[in-house]
Design a protein. Sequence first.
Length: 99
Amino acid sequence: MENRFTNFNKAKEEVKESDYKTEVVIEEEKKKTYSFTLLPSERQMLKELANQSSIRVSDSQFLGSIIREKYSQLKQEQDESASMKVWLFGNTFLRCFLM
């Protein structure tokens, strides 16, 4: 005779594991997806900017490209600022050392 209780527990564990994996995938998808709510005036400005572009893209693609561009500029400015601080620190250190 088969023990149904053991099979039930095994099935319950499998369901729990599969739910967990599903939740992880959903969380990963949430991290990759962003939702924007634009005001009508912002949508109009975005359309005007898109009209100036030679490449035809959707609003979300164009908005995404603007965000990526601004993010890249910010990162580049931060990197330049950090290297300038290192240079200033090194220069100040040399002056103190030479005095």
